[in-house]
Structures are given as C-alpha cells and as structure tokens.
Design a protein around this ligand. Structure first.
Ligand SMILES: NC(=O)c1ccc[n+]([C@@H]2O[C@H](COP(=O)([O-])OP(=O)(O)OC[C@H]3O[C@@H](n4cnc5c(N)ncnc54)[C@H](OP(=O)(O)O)[C@@H]3O)[C@@H](O)[C@H]2O)c1
Length: 319
C-alpha cells in the first residue's frame, strides 16, 4: 500500500493516475471538504479523511502503508505562521505515524531553494520540515524541483488561457528570474523510480527540465508556439501581487496565487542533466511538453511518447 498526501493537488492527480494505472494499491489522506474529493473517488483507491495536523488520522493512514509520498503543501494558505505549522508539525506527525507503522520509505517533493538561509518564510519552514525528515532515521528521498508544468498547472495553463482570450502575455516583475521548467509527468517518473531505487535512498535530489529559461523566455516560447497575435505586458511585481491578493480576497482564482508569485521571484535552477544523472532519463523540453499538454486526452490516459533517453531506461519504471 502506498500512502499519498496532497493527492488532490496538481502533482498528486498525475501521480495517482500513474500509480492506479500501474495497479498499485493506493491510499490517499484527504482533507474533509477538499474540492478534489469527488475526482479522487472516481479512481480505484482508498480515501482516508484527515488533515496534516490530525495525528490520529495520520497514524491511521500510515498503518498498513509500506511507502509514503508526501505532496501536501499549504501553498494557498495566507499566514506564514500557519504555513510553518503545517510544514513542520505536519511532517513531525507524519514521521511519528510512519515510524510506528514501520514504513519502508518516505518520499517528499519540495521546491528548489529551501533551507534556513532562504529569503522566503515558505522556503525556510519547508527546509525545516525537510530537516525533520532527514533526522528522523526513516529511509527517505527528497526531490527538490524547479517549476513544474503540465495539464492542470497554474502558470503555463493560466498563461495560455490569458493569451488565447485576450492576446496578452503578462510578465510579472522583471521576468528575468531563471527557471528550469520540468514536465509533471517526468516528476512522477522520478517519484516512481524513487519508490524502489536503492541509489537514490536517503538523498536530497534537485531536479529540473533540460533548459534554463527566464520567465520571459518561457512566455515568449509559449506565445511563439501558439502563433497568435500577442502583446507583451510587463507589470511590476507589486502591481501583480496587489491584483492577485485582491482577486483571492474576492474568492476568485487568479492564475497565479500570491505565494506562487513570491516563489517565481526565486531563481530555481540546477544542473541540466540532474534528472538523467539520478534517474537515468532525459526530461521533456518545455515546448514539446506544452504541445503535448495542449492535447489533454493524452495526459489523461494514454502514455506519452517517450524521449530517446527514456526509452532506453523505461523498464526501470516498471519494477
Ligand atoms: N507545482 C510546482 O510547480 C511545484 C514545484 C516544486 C515543488 N512543488 C511541490 O510539490 C508538492 C505538490 O505541489 P502541487 O503543485 O501539487 O500543490 P497543490 O496543487 O497546491 O496541491 C496541494 C495539495 O496539498 C493538500 N493540502 C494542503 N494543505 C493540507 C493540509 N493541511 N492537510 C492535508 N492536505 C493538505 C491540498 O489539498 P486540498 O485539495 O484539500 O486543497 C492539495 O491536495 C508541494 O509540496 C510543492 O511544494 C511543486
């Protein structure tokens, strides 16, 4: 049994589809009232209600689970103190439950740039949660990822929606932050391998796609690929943050939340061959991935065409 937290989120949905497709027994810890609950219940898996701060729910969810993939993250929460509590207390309770249930491996996905010297409170408290896991004595793998894209993401999907509806390409701030976009399906492949591979055990592994791109270059590539008349608009980060907070306050869902905007200001790059070195395959380039993502049918079911390098190592995924 594999326990997944955050299964209703962007990465979680892609992961759960692949795990269920591979015939794995999956259990998901889901907050009562989660908007993703109905979607999850349409899959052959076990749903256990619970919040990350609910020690009893976590202990029950861990019982009988051999492995855990921890994706739940309070990115939509407003207050830093609450975010820190969910990160740290949530991790402490998960570790407690995992230890009691003799879980064999606990995987976690974080953004690149976490740690005690990080500029953002979100990244600092996530860094503390990672430390709790590293010091727990449990076998672990921590993936630290750059920006992910794919069906259901906020950034690229939002960019495409705005562009197709208004012809505008919006660049918040300078647009010069360096990113290394990675397709969510490739992140899921890394997670599936990290469930079994011995070489990655007890390691913190940075991952990213095959290109270093600024936010503006990402927007340019997406605009060029869609090939529709467009106007690029630079807006100060302060103006975008203000508009985002206003929309969020009105209960609307801007394509980038306030914390996403904050995280976008942090350069998140690693080696271009990071995935190949740790997981033995080459992730998909941005435009190939976005083109693929524009035909959602493929991501919803049929497997994507593997890249040349991945074809050679695909059998490792099937273990
Ligand atoms: N997306 C990226 O580009 C990216 C890049 C690097 C790293 N990451 C990391 O990857 C992980 C998954 O990201 P994502 O984009 O899938 O996030 P997401 O779409 O925002 O999903 C977050 C998930 O966490 C759950 N959650 C939040 N607070 C919770 C709580 N207190 N108790 C239980 N569940 C809770 C949410 O449940 P509800 O359905 O109830 O809201 C949702 O399922 C995160 O750790 C994130 O930091 C993401």
């Amino acid at each position: 049994m594999i326990l997944v937290t955050g299964a209703t989120g962007f990465v979680g949905r892609h992961l759960v589809r692949r795990l269920c497709g591979a015939g794995e027994a999956v259990r998901c810890l889901v907050r009562p009232g989660s908007p993703g609950l109905q979607w999850l219940e349409s899959h052959p898996l076990e749903v256990m209600p619970g919040h990350l701060l609910d020690a009893d729910a976590l202990a029950a969810a861990c019982q009988g689970s051999r492995k855990i993939i921890h994706l739940a993250a309070p990115i939509h929460e407003g207050r830093d103190a609450w975010v820190e509590r969910v990160h740290c207390e949530g991790m402490a309770r998960l570790v407690e439950g995992a230890r009691a249930a003799r879980v064999e491996r606990l995987l976690m996905v974080s953004p690149l740039g976490t740690g005690s010297s990080a500029g953002l409170p979100f990244l600092r408290s996530r860094g503390r949660a990672e430390d709790l896991l590293r010091e727990s004595g449990l076998p672990f793998v921590i993936l630290q990822s750059s920006l992910m894209f794919g069906l259901g993401d906020r950034l690229i999907s939002g960019m495409i929606r705005l562009l197709t509806r208004t012809g505008l390409l919006l660049i918040p701030g300078t647009g010069k932050t360096m990113l290394q976009p990675i397709w969510v399906g490739d992140v899921v492949s890394c997670l599936l391998r990290a469930l079994h591979d011995e070489e990655v055990l007890d390691r913190t592994i940075p991952i990213g796609g095959p290109q270093h791109l600024t936010y503006e270059e990402i927007a340019d590539q997406v605009g060029k690929m869609l090939n529709i008349p467009r106007v690029k608009v630079h807006l100060s980060r302060r103006a975008v943050a203000w508009a985002t907070r206003l929309l969020e306050g009105l209960g609307l869902n801007p394509f980038l939340g306030y914390r996403h905007l904050e995280l976008l200001e942090v350069g998140t790059i690693t080696a271009l061959d990071a995935v190949r070195r740790s997981f033995g395959f080459q992730p998909m380039p941005l435009i190939e991935g976005v083109a693929y993502h524009l035909v959602p049918r493929r991501e919803m079911g049929a497997p994507r065409p593997p890249s040349g390098a991945e074809r050679g190592s695909r059998t490792r995924d099937q273990r």
